[in-house]
Design a protein. Structure first.
Lengths: 581, 271
């Protein structure tokens, strides 16, 4: 049974992973002993451990919950049929901020008595009937209070499928509420980019070293205090901030050799004993993808396994080659905020691919392949279309500020930048069109004064995207089209998009939100018009050197390729020539 | 899978004919004096899961032939076996219902070869033995058994027919069709949530109700049971069910008769 099957039986399974000690109570190396370290055996959890020195957190207890149904799939192992519902706030891509809105899922589960089998490894040895004591969730939470950040999955498939065949969304556990007096339990799950939120990840990390003694504005050395903090927190070389001064250094033990004072546009000053020596985050011509990678893997608990860096690098090499980041962050700043700045400054996006467990990076670009087409006959469900215009997102004047002067001053102060690139869409501001000015400013502290070209590109793209009122389209599609993913580009023939003479016109969108409102049955898509590279515009990749002439290759090879012709292009098929971008 | 009615069943020993419903609620496996042993267990699928009454956890042997044996400590009467939430049909296993008085030498009372994973109820002539067991063999894999009952069946004093929905046919399900904006049929989803039916009994004598029905009614407050609504004519129509409300009878006339009506809800086969 699968997406295409008529009479398919969707099933939703929520999996929660909890830590479990791999040892057996009282068996070496576990030194716990009944009557000595505790009155009853532990539950193989850290909270109940009686020999924490040997606690071995290499095992995982995976709990699976599903809605009660008649034909519970036995092949999937123990499924606890206490799931009441799953509500989701899907991730949303945001072209304005780059980082978008984090996905969130709330799982509603009903509490119940439980025999502890499969949960308590020593259930058979207990001198009480677990069914008569507490409830499933009360006992579970008492034994496992350290659940935050542990993995959770929502699997959505069909009866007859294996777990691996189901589409699986990956989250981390954020909070468990309840059970309340009615036995209702609520489990909140967040996508992994939550780990980059400012309340739990900052870059640079807070430094605890201070000056052991005062230094003058011309001093060449400084000593860190408390003793040993140098090796613990500071690299062999880098940049530190003392007060409002950025200073380059090399380090040996707790001694800093100050190789350059007053760098990055700051001013030298005297500093007192006890002043904080804050390690800075400093980049010099760092590719934007490397900077993002450093932020996520160096300052959050997101692992490299969640980042398809090779894909990021390819995207960078093809579309963002000039976007090298230079700048300094002198005080701990939310990683999410820094990522958002980098994304906006490079005209790119990223989001958590909850199915593939990857942070996807996407440069605004023409689609590499012709997008799939959705239409009202074969795809869009009845009564599901809604078109919404967002006049507040339109802009008629775009300004990008770059070449930051003083990193200690406000990031969003226009006077703190050496350069500005702007585009005024005077036609759109005219009384015959929108009749008003709307101003958008982008502050690019990580683009230095040499980035004129990159600034122009971003301004042009923003102008193209924002000159007309952006609109969104919401549609629902059947599960047969559930492979449409967040971030995909699709062309839509919707009855809501027509030409002045009433014909349906094809519009290109990007999927900025995707939600299976009825898992395995119906998918709701929020689409944002992809103004930068619309349907009907033609793009091609210039073919490699040595490729045969246009007339000599097959039509299949012609379609994605572009041949550069001198003078007037030959009138090959009557279509207009391609643009070189 | 139908009700298995033993060829050797002694009709004269029946209180009421097999046109009357049978309710399998008693279970020797859960008696406090009983001890249950199994030949093997696979991981977390331990023996207790076979007689905790829950349909979502299972006993699974890791080697066939496998046995699940109950020692009742003294002779216990049984005339039915119920099995639900199982994969015996999918696996093609054979189940033998056996008894013994010494725990060594067993006699086979019933041999069952399920053709599907629907609930099974085997009825046979009542007999008293200390040891009862299921012996599972053959097939292509180690089965899962979610619910096992061995015990004395309740023979209903009256039958019911007119207006009744056979429990296995009382399917409850959510159907979700989809249609495109231009009217094309794009698919359909289904969620089967079980079976639900009404059981209505009239003209029950007050004496019978108090001695036979009332113990079942007390069990039904917390436990599930097997229900065969018309074993002789529709032996295949059996369900493992429970009630969500207390079963409450009422007196129905001057003849010291009572009637009772209750809603049963249950599962179909395993998925």
């Amino acid at each position: 049974m699968a997406e295409q099957s008529i009479g398919r039986e969707p099933i939703q399974i929520v999996e929660l992973d909890l830590d479990r000690c791999a040892l057996t109570y009282g068996v070496a190396p576990c030194a716990a002993a009944l009557g000595v370290t505790g009155a009853i055996k532990c539950f193989n959890t850290r909270k109940t451990c009686q020999d924490t020195a040997n606690y071995t957190n290499t095992d995982t207890l995976t709990l699976r919950f599903t809605k009660s149904r008649s034909n519970l799939p036995t092949a999937l192992g123990t499924l606890i049929p206490s799931l009441q519902g799953v509500s989701t706030r899907p991730a949303e891509i945001d072209l304005e901020t780059g980082i978008g809105v984090r996905a969130k899922a709330t799982i509603q589960i009903k509490d119940h008595p439980h025999h502890d089998r499969g949960i308590d490894p020593y259930a058979r040895e207990r001198e009480y009937d677990p069914n008569e004591r507490g409830t499933f969730w009360r006992k579970l939470l008492a034994r496992n209070p350290y659940y935050q950040g542990r993995a959770a999955r929502i699997r959505e498939g069909y009866v007859g499928q294996t777990l691996a065949q189901m589409r699986t969304r990956h989250y981390v556990i954020e909070r468990i509420k309840g059970p309340d007096i009615q036995g209702n339990v609520s489990v909140e799950l967040k996508d992994i980019l939550k780990l980059a939120d400012k309340d739990r990840a900052k870059a640079p990390k807070h430094s605890s070293g201070v000056l052991a003694s005062s230094i003058t504005a011309g001093a060449g050395t400084a000593t860190l205090s408390p003793g040993g903090v140098g090796d613990e927190e500071y690299p062999a070389s880098g940049t530190v901030a003392i007060g409002d001064e950025a200073i380059d250094f090399t380090r040996s033990g707790d001694t800093l050799t100050l190789t350059a004072r007053a760098t990055r546009g700051t001013e030298a000053d005297d500093h007192d004993a006890g002043d904080t020596v804050q390690l800075c985050l400093a980049w010099n011509d760092k590719p934007v993808t490397d900077a993002l990678y450093e932020l996520l893997t160096g300052y959050t608990t997101i692992t490299a396994a969640n980042i398809p860096k090779a894909d990021w690098d390819a995207e960078f090499a093809t579309w963002l080659a000039g976007f090298a980041m230079t700048g300094i962050v002198m005080e701990p700043t939310g990683v999410d905020d820094l990522c958002a700045e980098l994304l906006v400054q490079s005209g790119s996006l990223f989001w958590w691919d909850e199915y593939e467990q990857k942070v996807r990076f996407f440069a605004i670009k023409p689609p590499p392949q012709p997008p799939r087409v959705l239409n009202s006959r074969d795809h869009i469900l009845e009564d599901s279309q809604r078109r919404e215009e967002k006049p507040e997102e339109r802009a008629s004047q775009i300004y990008m500020y770059y070449g930051q002067i003083d990193p200690t001053e406000d990031v969003d102060d226009p006077t703190n930048y050496r350069r500005v690139r702007g585009e005024i869409l005077s036609n759109e501001e005219s009384a015959d069109l929108y009749g008003e000015s709307r101003i958008k400013r982008v502050f690019a502290r990580f683009m230095d004064s040499s980035n004129d070209g990159q600034a122009s590109i971003i301004v042009d793209r923003l102008a193209n995207r924002l000159r007309d009122t952006p609109h969104y389209l919401r549609i629902a599609v059947d599960a047969k089209d559930r492979d449409i993913a967040l971030g995909d580009l699709i062309d839509v023939d919707s009855d809501l998009n027509v030409t002045p003479d009433g014909r349906v016109t094809r519009v290109r969108y990007q999927v900025v939100q995707r939600e299976e409102s009825q898992p395995g049955h119906k998918v709701i898509l929020k689409l944002q018009v992809y103004s930068a590279f619309q349907a009907g515009q033609r793009f091609a990749y210039v073919v490699a050197d040595g490729t045969a002439d246009y007339d000599a290759v097959s039509s299949g090879a012609r379609d994605p390729g572009g041949w550069i012709a001198g003078g007037s292009p030959p009138d090959v098929d009557g279509d207009p020539p391609y643009l070189i971008i | 899978m139908p009700v298995i009615i033993s060829r050797n069943i002694s009709i004269p020993q029946l209180s009421y004919p097999l046109t009357h419903p049978r309710i399998g609620w008693r279970n020797i496996l859960t008696d406090s004096a009983s001890t249950v042993t199994v030949s093997s267990e696979d991981g977390d699928n331990v023996k207790e899961n076979a007689y905790d009454g829950l349909t979502w956890d299972y006993w699974q042997p890791n080697l066939l032939p496998a046995t699940l044996t109950v020692d009742a400590s003294t002779a216990a009467t049984a005339d039915y076996v119920g099995i639900a939430a199982h994969t015996l049909g999918t696996n093609g296993n054979t189940v033998e219902v056996q008894y013994s008085d010494d725990g060594i030498s067993y006699t086979t009372e019933q041999s069952i070869q399920p053709s599907d994973d629907e609930p099974i109820m085997a009825l046979f002539t009542p007999s008293d033995h200390r040891y009862w067991r299921l012996r599972i063999s053959g097939g292509t894999g180690n089965p899962l058994l979610g619910v096992v009952h061995i015990g004395k069946v309740l023979e209903m004093q009256q039958r019911y027919y007119v207006g009744a929905t056979p429990p296995p046919m009382g399917r409850t399900a959510t159907l979700l069709p989809t249609r495109s904006e231009r009217g094309q049929y794009l698919g359909r989803s289904l969620r089967r949530t079980g079976v639900e039916a009404e059981a209505d009994f009239e003209h029950l004598t007050a004496t019978w109700y108090r001695s036979q029905m009332e113990p079942f009614v007390l069990h039904a407050l917390t436990g599930a049971y097997f229900f065969a609504w018309y074993p002789s004519k529709y032996p295949e129509e059996i369900a493992y069910v429970w009630t969500n409300d207390p079963i409450v009878p009422e007196n129905t006339g001057p003849g010291d008769l009572m009637s009772v009506s209750f809603t049963i809800m249950g599962v179909e086969s395993s998925g």
